[in-house]
Design a protein around this ligand. Structure first.
Ligand code: VGL
Ligand code: ZN
Length: 198
């Protein structure tokens, strides 16, 4: 059975001192590098927002970071400006071994829609193309690691399970933002969707 490893958003802005720092986000890098050597197919995702992205609190008047607003596609948490295209914060962590990547998928590029999942934007229907890519290579199983457990890893894993992949998330190789219990909710969502948490 063909397997792929999907490495989610190991970027400077999600690591200590980054704009949307995930506690200990950088602690997983060396083990993720080692894990990539065990897979024949590795996909890296990169959160890649244009300046003024609609998911940034700074793009809305009278809104604070972590407020939730109603977008046409549903509720959206407002984030600090992060992973702005071509910025240092959007670059991969300097120790991440990007030479192992077969595909680097940039997401969140549409100014009007956020994209947590590697498969669909937050409207839950605009595809990123990753499903077609994996299908064309006859991949049936995916393992997922990276940042953050409760947002981009969670959404990617749940979508992958719904698309019919066998999905494993290596939780030790993920780190969470954990806003208002979001980590617990994410772990439950993933389990409900049939994702194996290891
Ligand atoms: C992420 C919030 C906003 C993530 C990306 O990678 O989990 N979270 N953009
Ligand atoms: Zn983002």
């Amino acid at each position: 059975m063909s397997q792929a490893l999907i490495v989610i958003d190991i970027q400077n802005d999600f690591c200590p001192n980054g704009a949307l720092a995930v506690p200990n986000g950088d602690h997983i890098v060396d083990q993720v590098n080692a894990l990539m050597r065990q897979y024949n197919l590795c996909v890296l995702t990169q959160d890649w927002h244009p300046k003024g992205h609609s998911s940034f609190a700074s793009s809305h008047s009278n809104k604070d970071t972590y407020d939730i607003i109603d977008m046409s596609y549903g509720p959206q948490i407002l984030w600090p400006d992060h992973c702005v295209q071509n910025s240092e914060g959007a670059s991969f962590h300097p120790r991440l071994d990007t030479t192992k990547a077969h595909l680097i998928l940039r997401k969140g590029t549409n100014p009007d829609i956020d994209s947590y999942s590697a498969f669909f934007e937050n409207d839950r229907k605009t595809p990123t193309g990753l499903n077609g890519y994996l299908q064309s290579l006859d991949i049936q199983s995916v393992a997922i690691v990276g940042l953050a457990t409760d947002f981009c890893v969670n959404y990617s894993a749940v979508d992958a399970a719904h698309l019919g992949y066998n999905v494993t998330v290596f939780t030790q190789l993920c780190r969470a933002i954990d806003l208002d219990g979001s980590l617990d909710t994410a772990l439950k969502n993933m389990t409900c969707a049939g994702v194996s948490l290891e």
